[in-house]
Design a binder for this molecule. Structure first.
Ligand code: BGC
Length: 757
């Protein structure tokens, strides 16, 4: 027999044997046959792998990738930050950008801005768009979205999250995840859990009661898993109850994989793993970003020394850790690979498309919050002929910096450019003055803005020049706030105080004295002190909007869009009006002796300020104005009694009483008249955003299921509804309740976290 014939015969015989044994179908090996159920394929692939191959796929091989199983033709995983755009590629083993020319992206608005839309449809658009960019760039895991709850306005990373309310964050996170994953890209919700400050984030130990954990800090993660069907999750750096989040049995095994039935991959935050036995046994599946041999910072190419690499393999071979644990992790990773890279039916994605810019602008415009608008100064009216723009943030690129969310954008329209562009079409002259010099740097991991923001004038000269120009203008638009440098809105450090930095308060006050038509536009991811609040005519909260920042801001300022954003966090008057800071108790923030104690329990944000004098809040959670006016009519419900089955539906008529089309967010807060346990005065339990034309009335239906009335009982570990009287307070802001509706709950209801509601 000729050599080639022998070879052919050998292949055919082997194939027949394998087919008979059920290993391969006519379409190829079982694990490659995507007509078969995912679990069958995962099981099959796993059964073919050696221990070394299983070990290899559960940890990194470079900064952002992990290997697949080359012998079986199973590809590896590529991760990317997240959460506002697709991060530029970095060198294999370094954080420095690789200098590629095909990795610039669209920067979408920061997640605070997305949350401020209060519109799950915007979340879906966001997820779809960023998912397409990730897919086009061949990334399998997008490291986002972030849903850590806004506990303190000093947290440097609040801009990457979705505000202070668990229900708002839960409702907004789910469509984002679905949109991303429809592209065959895994979303990775982060940072699970209680990573609510950057200061000491690597080791701070959070001490919190069980009820607060379940009612405030977990619901958005739970929704990501149980409603969003997310494929991966990122345990964070901090500790909870003495153990690092990545090594935390309660968070990972009991709650995430136990109660919520998570079948995806728990991916460590970069460098958040500390101990092989713990991390292997307590539910983490994949390790990334460790500096290496577990001892030294900076050693490179030491991936074999990862806690889940050779050290784990050794403990398995010595019989100290069970091989089943490794099998479970490897199976999860295989599942993710099959859902993403090995999904032949996923779409191709797209990058920097017109649609993505349009999405970024739409979401940004909808998330901008008009906080104040005295005498309807905005939108700019035809009488205005000359506008003076003042402030560093009008000319500063905000997409570079801030930590891992830093981007390399294809383009970014700055606020001054957006305002100039829009104004020129209306024959309005726009002048610019700097006003203050804040932070002139503009580089992150080698991505440079290339901007020269240096200005040698003294603070007094800068103010004098701005004031002189302000006197000569019909309107002044100050664009300031924070930025993406350390101790501002940035990963790795917290803000040092609640005030705006760089003398901005003095600049704003001087401008307001010089010109009554002063508008303040602040770009931040956090609340801040506003000593000038009553002196300026209008205030806009502009967040970080990304590539379309200038256009979105101009759309709102000139009235091409009617603002409809609502604050996703309380803008209190002073830092001490936030409960973690109320008592000036360092054990509550930043922590002492390694622990930070959440003594305030449930009372964060409006749950706390609802018990203070109204003057302690500058702008309440849920607040946001429009260029039109809305009237919320009397709420009605078909029933007065709710037995906990299905949903309690409430109808609220919303009338647009102004003369411009607009959107209003109807918010329903539940108040418990009498309870055996402490309850916040009211809690957001439903909301709906509705578009209404001038003169039109649209009836909104809000649905409350039993969870809207429940508290978590830490003794029984049951969600519990006590029968009795409740009231649903409905308004367009947490401090503007227009209509109330009583509801009597007829039954005592209890259920486990693991039961679907
Ligand atoms: C951040 C994560 C990020 C990761 C990878 C970490 O420092 O906390 O949010 O996804 O780095 O860049």
């Amino acid at each position: 027999m000729r050599k080639t014939d022998m070879k052919l015969r050998f292949i055919t015989t082997t194939a027949v044997l394998l087919m008979t044994a059920g290993y391969i179908h006519s379409a190829g090996p079982v694990y490659l046959d995507d007509s078969l159920p995912l679990e069958t394929r995962v099981k099959d692939a796993l059964s073919r792998m050696t221990t070394a191959e299983k070990i290899a796929i559960i940890h990194a091989q470079s900064k952002f990738s992990s290997p697949g199983v080359p012998r079986l033709g199973i590809p590896g995983i590529w991760c990317t930050d997240g959460p506002h755009g697709i991060r530029p590629d970095v060198l294999w083993d370094e954080w420095e950008q690789a200098g590629a020319t095909n990795d610039s992206c669209v920067a979408f608005p920061a997640l605070t801005c997305l949350a401020a839309t209060w519109n799950p449809e915007m979340s879906a658009l966001y997820g779809k768009s960023i998912g397409e960019e990730a897919r086009y760039r061949n990334k399998n895991v997008l490291l986002g979205p972030g849903v850590n709850i806004y506990r303190t306005p000093l947290n440097g990373r609040n801009f990457e999250y979705m505000g202070e309310d668990p229900l708002l964050a839960a409702k907004m996170v789910v469509p984002y995840i679905k949109g991303v994953q429809e592209n065959g890209v895994a979303a990775c919700v982060k940072h699970y859990a209680l990573n609510n400050q950057e200061r000491d984030r690597d080791h701070v130990n959070v001490i919190i009661d069980d009820r607060t954990l379940h009612e405030i800090y977990l619901p958005a993660f739970k929704a990501a898993v149980t409603e969003g069907d997310i494929w991966s999750i990122m345990p964070g750096y901090n500790k909870y109850d003495g153990d690092h989040a990545c090594e935390n049995q309660t968070l990972l095994l009991d709650i995430l994989k136990g109660d919520w039935g998570f079948d995806g991959v728990a991916i460590s935050d970069w460098g958040a793993v500390h101990n092989t036995e713990k991390v292997a046994s307590n539910g983490l599946d994949m390790e990334f970003g460790s500096w290496t041999n577990g001892l030294n910072w900076g050693a490179s190419n030491a991936y074999d020394d990862y806690f889940l690499a050779k050290p784990y393999e050794k403990l398995i071979s010595e019989g100290i850790l069970p091989v089943e644990g490794l099998d479970d992790k490897a199976a999860r990773v295989l599942r993710l690979i099959m859902q993403t890279e090995m999904n032949r039916n996923r779409p191709y994605g797209s990058l920097n498309s017109d649609e993505h810019y349009a999405a970024a602008r739409k979401i940004g415009t909808e998330g901008i919050v008009l906080l104040k608008n005295e005498n309807n100064l905005l939108p700019v009216t035809p009488g205005i002929k000359k506008i003076l723009v003042v402030g560093e943030n009008a000319i500063k690129m905000m997409t570079v910096g801030g930590g891992s969310s830093s981007l390399k954008v294809q383009r970014e329209t700055l606020p001054l450019e957006g305002i100039r562009g829009n104004a020129s079409g209306r024959g309005i002259e726009v002048a610019y003055e700097r006003g203050y010099v804040g932070d002139v740097t503009g580089e992150y991991n080698g991505v440079k803005t290339g901007q020269d923001l240096g200005d040698s004038r003294t603070a007094t000269q800068l103010i004098d020049d701005a004031v002189r120009a302000a006197r000569d203008a019909d309107m002044v638009i100050f664009v300031g706030g924070l930025n993406k440098s350390a101790n501002q809105d940035s990963e790795g450090s917290d803000r040092l105080d609640f005030s705006l930095p760089y003398n901005q308060d003095a600049v704003i006050e001087a401008l307001a004295d010089a010109n009554p038509n002063t508008v303040v536009v602040n770009l931040t991811g956090n609340a801040y002190a506003m000593p000038w609040k009553d002196k300026v005519a209008a205030i806009i909260q502009g967040w970080y909007i990304g590539s379309e920042a200038g256009n979105a801001l101009a759309d709102v300022i000139f009235g091409d869009a009617n603002p409809s954003g609502k604050l996703p966090m309380t803008f209190a008057a002073a830092l001490t009006d936030y409960s973690p800071h109320a008592a000036n108790d360092s054990t509550m923030y930043p922590g002492a002796g390694g622990d930070v104690i959440y003594k305030e329990g449930l009372d964060i944000g409006y749950r706390h300020t609802d018990r203070l004098k109204p003057s302690r809040v500058n702008y309440a959670f849920g607040h946001g104005l429009s260029y039109t006016t809305f009237k919320l009519g009397k709420a009605s419900a078909a029933d007065k009694v709710f037995d906990g089955k299905g949903a309690f539906a409430i109808q609220v008529p919303v009338t647009n009483t102004g003369d411009m089309a607009g959107a209003e967010v109807v918010q329903a807060y539940v108040h418990d008249d009498k309870s055996s346990v402490y309850r916040p005065y009211k809690e957001l339990k439903a909301f709906s955003k509705v578009n209404v034309k001038p003169g039109e009335t649209v009836t909104v239906t809000l649905e409350l299921d039993k969870s809207a009335f429940a508290f978590y009982d830490p003794e029984s570990k049951l969600w519990t509804v006590e029968p009795g009287k409740f009231e649903v307070l409905i308004g367009n802001s947490s401090d503007n309740i227009a209509t109330r509706i009583p509801v009597a709950v007829s039954e005592k209801l209890t259920w486990k976290d693991s039961e679907d509601i």
